[in-house]
Design a protein around this ligand. Structure first.
Ligand code: ZN
Length: 231
């Protein structure tokens, strides 16, 4: 949104600079670049206000890399695509939350500005050395740490492979979507390693159960009583 605002502003400013400067002199502004800066600042304030009035939703579920054709398109093997697995898990998680009457918004890789009580981004890891990775959790601040601990305990009872420390990579610590989605609690879940055959053999038939476990974790975090999935 801010990018679009800036772009529109620059386009109008470039096309109508004579007109703008014709308006500005009566205001006795000597420093014209400063006038542009002031207008930019006003736009920024408008943008901050715009963000602060966005109505919050209960839950946002993002499928990592969904819709990306360039840049970080996610882990890929000859047999599996992280994006496809992320979408499957994210869709199923959202479907279940919705069925429980929880207000949920599904987002692809290109997220919109939003506010939520809980946001969860779904991923599977890839490693240069197969089976060097496993499951992990990323989050932007300590506000999410307890929720992360609960998820680790739930999924840790089930997932029989390696776990990393929370936020063990830069991408987990500073995921771009943390800046777009203002959530009281935001977890980026790496659910296993796509490039490890033992893990994909275990994961593939269990993707829907994993989605159920994520939905259960979210609903419980919201104080809802829902059935715990049988794994
Ligand atoms: Zn990913």
């Amino acid at each position: 949104m801010f990018y679009v605002l800036c772009q529109s502003f620059l386009r109008v400013a470039t096309q109508h600079s004579t007109l703008i400067f014709a308006i500005i002199p009566p205001m006795k502004i000597v420093n014209k670049p400063a006038a542009f800066f002031a207008i930019g600042l006003l736009l920024l304030i408008g943008y901050i206000l715009y963000r602060s009035i966005i109505t919050p939703v209960d839950v946002i579920i993002q499928a990592g890399h969904e819709g990306r054709s360039s840049g970080n398109t996610g882990a890929q093997t000859a047999r599996y695509s992280e994006e496809a697995w992320n979408i499957l898990v994210a869709d199923e998680t959202a479907r279940l939350l919705s069925a429980w009457g929880i207000d949920v918004v599904r987002m692809p890789a290109r997220v919109k500005f939003a506010r939520a009580k809980i946001a969860v981004s779904i991923h599977f890891d890839g490693a240069d050395k197969p089976c060097a990775s496993g499951a992990s959790i990323g989050y932007p601040s300590k506000d999410s740490a307890l929720f992360a601990q609960r998820w680790r305990s739930l999924y840790g009872d089930y997932f029989p492979f390696k776990w990393h420390e929370d936020n063990f990579t830069q991408n987990l610590r500073d995921y771009y979507a943390y800046h777009w989605i203002r959530a009281e609690k935001f977890l980026l879940l790496e659910l296993g390693e796509l490039t490890c055959e033992q893990q994909t053999t275990w994961l593939k038939p269990r993707l829907k159960q994993i989605a159920h476990l994520i939905a259960y974790a979210i609903a419980t975090e919201l104080g809802r009583e829902v059935p715990k999935p049988k794994l």
